[in-house]
Design a binder for this molecule. Structure first.
Ligand code: IVH
Length: 670
């Protein structure tokens, strides 16, 4: 970059940052995610450090943004500073080296969770809460006392001997369960849902009417003292935390005093891995020098102390363009809307599609093709579209309407009253057909190798497959003429189809795609009724009477076998020689007894539930996190970064899908 390019880019970044400060701090209506904001800041900081002459009047010298005219101004007694940030161990070490240059002797660090909420300064005078203020620009904040007084988690009076005056700093946050519940209520009331718990907390607190705040469940973690007059004197941060705890303020239990940056790194990694085990969101860890004398020696820059640093976790939210909303047809005919996104890397994976569940969800989120949307992917949870970034919505963007016809077969879609799902009820729909046949051939069902969705689509397109029974009457000569289908592949397919005839009855039941009937229900039916003929002959009530099966499955199974087309398929399967007899499955050898196998990412042959069930069925456990006790980690496509890193660190073996199949069979690590 030439110096004039640099100056121009710095100027551009500055106006962008100022714009987004206004949106975030004043309007509570951010247009970009925190991570994107941080990227702008980091870029400007880089340019300013390379060309210090560009730094004059930089917004980086300030801490936060402007103030809302809704609230009175409050001058903090001590400024509320910001924190410098790091995202890697290397940067953390560099920070540690700077500290070592200033301080002689050992340094102990307090490690805390970085709560993703709203910074708050509480002023207690004579032990009574007299004022509560937001951070504002760090020097002047907004008076939100009336609202904060409605927050139960915040004590109005301090316990024990109170100082004349004390400023307590902490974070107001919304627990995840409260956020989900609030959004459910917002949708019910026809109101817009909040994009994340932090926005919900900020929106709840910065209300003109404290009654609204009172209705919202908010939590508070105290993590720092500001001014203290006429009270105890402290020499260590841990002691201030303990004092706050004794005074009745909520102090997070996951705070640790550690020695050495390796330990700091261990703390950060631990919480990176475990962040979803907390009932509230964190976006990193905060590392603070514990000794208050050392802190004074280290001092601060104009915006942040040198004695603390935020270790930011990779973001789990990003915004991207919603290119389209499409509808996919599943094997039961369910029409599921999904978002087609401009690909974005979030939560350690590249996301280009995300389910939107059903018609009501799309309406509640009011996402429209052409919107910029916030996409979240947390841990191994499937990616989710949280909502639109409204200020970026182009003018005249029409709301999305659920199609009234099946996008595959063109027949009308049906949504029954009281149900949230929409269905294509055309049993001949080619979309459903391909899904049903691929499901029949999948691992949890008849497990036919070489007959994946792509092949099914090819054969169905060529008119060779109309239903699952056609699998057993395939025209192999014709298949041999298809591109890429040599003698060996045809022979392999043939052998795999032959082998599938001997699968247990429960697998066959799974393969029939009977609505509501999953693998557990199939196993129960096969075990209790013992033969497909008995299952077909049973009434809905008789099926529902099987232990573990209820009336919904009972009605669905009986309804399925009442249809002549389904009975016809069953008869053709019988003629082809498929096993109709129970008991469900031979007792599975407990080859994984005592083992702990973590699954991450997407596998092609198993859904996440199927993979976990397969592990459990063999006596193993399948927890959500990697630890020293983990036997192996199965790594599929787009795995969780935290799990893979942790496994590599601990030397836990990582398996691909083939390795997993062998492990299930033998219990031995390949
Ligand atoms: S200490 C001078 N501790 O992070 C140090 N901050 O980017 C003041 N935050 O404005 C902050 N958890 O809103 C501290 N355990 C914690 C925190 C924490 C969350 C927030 C706080 C602050 C921001 C700094």
């Amino acid at each position: 970059m030439t110096s004039s390019d640099r100056a121009a880019r710095a100027e551009e970044l500055r106006s962008l940052i100022e714009y987004h400060n206004q949106k975030y701090f004043v309007e509570d209506n951010p247009e970009i995610t925190d991570a994107e904001y941080d990227e702008l800041i980091a870029e400007l900081r880089r340019i300013e450090s390379e060309s210090p002459e560009l730094a004059a009047g930089s917004p980086l010298a300030e801490v936060g943004g402007g103030l809302s005219p809704l609230f009175a101004e409050v001058h903090h007694l001590t400024p509320m500073m910001s924190l410098d940030k790091t995202t890697s161990y290397e940067e953390l070490l560099a920070w540690g080296r700077r500290i070592d240059r200033f301080i002689s002797g050992a340094v102990a660090y307090t490690c805390e969770l970085k709560i993703d909420g709203l910074a708050m300064s509480l002023l207690y005078e004579g032990g009574r809460l007299t004022r509560a203020a937001t951070r504002g620009d760090g020097v002047v904040g907004e008076d939100v006392t009336a609202n904060v007084l409605t927050v139960e988690a915040i004590p109005r009076t301090l316990a024990g001997a109170a100082p004349d005056l004390v400023e307590v700093r902490g974070e107001i946050y919304m627990p995840i369960a409260a956020f989900d519940e609030l959004n459910r209520r917002q949708v019910e009331a026809g109101a817009r849902s909040f994009i994340n718990p932090r926005n919900a907390a900020a929106g709840s607190l910065r209300q003109k009417d404290p009654k609204v705040t009172a209705e919202r469940e908010l939590g508070f973690w105290a993590y720092q003292l500001g001014a203290v007059q006429g009270g105890p004197r402290f020499t260590a941060h841990m002691a201030t935390l303990e004092w706050m705890r004794q005074a009745g303020l909520p102090v997070n239990p996951n705070i640790e005093l550690v020695h050495g940056l390796d330990e700091v790194d261990r703390y950060c990694r631990h919480w990176l891995d475990q962040r979803h085990s907390l009932g509230y969101e964190i976006d990193g860890a905060v590392v603070k020098v514990d000794d208050l004398v050392q802190r004074r020696e280290l001092g601060a820059t104009s915006r942040a102390p040198r004695w603390a640093i935020a270790y930011k976790f990779p973001p789990e939210e990003k915004s991207t363009l919603l290119k389209d909303i499409m509808v996919s047809i599943g094997r039961t005919g369910k029409a599921t809307p999904f978002a087609v996104l401009e690909p974005v890397v979030v939560g350690g994976a590249r996301v280009s599609l995300a389910t939107l569940h059903n018609e009501d969800q799309v309406r509640a989120k009011d996402v429209r093709p052409g919107d910029t949307v916030v996409v979240r992917r947390a841990g191994d949870v499937i990616p989710e579209v949280r909502g639109p970034v409204l200020p970026l919505r182009p003018d005249g963007l029409a709301p999305w309407a659920f199609p009234d016809r099946c996008p595959v077969c063109g027949e009308p879609l049906v949504r029954l009253p009281g149900e949230s799902d929409t269905f294509c009820v055309n049993a001949d729909c080619p979309g459903q057909r391909v899904q049903r046949i691929s499901h029949f051939a999948s691992r949890g069902a008849l497990d036919i190798e070489h007959l994946g969705e792509r092949t099914v689509r090819l054969f169905a397109g060529a008119g060779l497959l109309h239903d699952v029974a056609d699998i057993y009457g395939l025209d192999y000569e014709r298949i041999g003429t298809f591109e890429g289908w040599g003698e060996t592949s045809v022979a392999n397919l043939r052998a795999a189809i032959e082998a599938s005839k001997h699968r247990p009855l429960a697998n066959l039941l799974v393969g029939l795609s009977i609505r509501h009937l999953g693998s557990t229900g199939s196993l129960l039916l096969a075990r209790h009724l013992g033969h497909l003929d008995r299952i077909m002959a049973a009434s809905a009530d008789e099926i529902a009477a099987v232990e573990g099966i209820g009336p919904v499955i009972g009605a669905s199974v009986a309804g399925f076998f009442a249809l002549p087309t389904n009975r016809d398929v069953v008869e053709r399967l019988r003629a082809a020689g498929l096993n109709f007899e129970g008991p469900a499955a031979p007792a599975v050898p407990q080859v994984l007894a005592g083992a702990s196998v973590v699954v991450t990412g997407t596998l092609s042959g198993w859904s996440r539930e199927e993979a976990e069930e397969a592990i459990k069925a063999r006596g193993g456990k399948s927890p959500g996190a990697v630890s020293k006790k983990t036997t192996a980690v199965v790594v599929g496509a787009d795995p969780g970064a935290a799990k893979v890193t942790r496994a590599a660190e601990l030397g836990v073996p990582m398996l691909d899908e083939d390795g997993f199949a062998r492990l299930l069979e033998t219990g031995v690590l390949p």
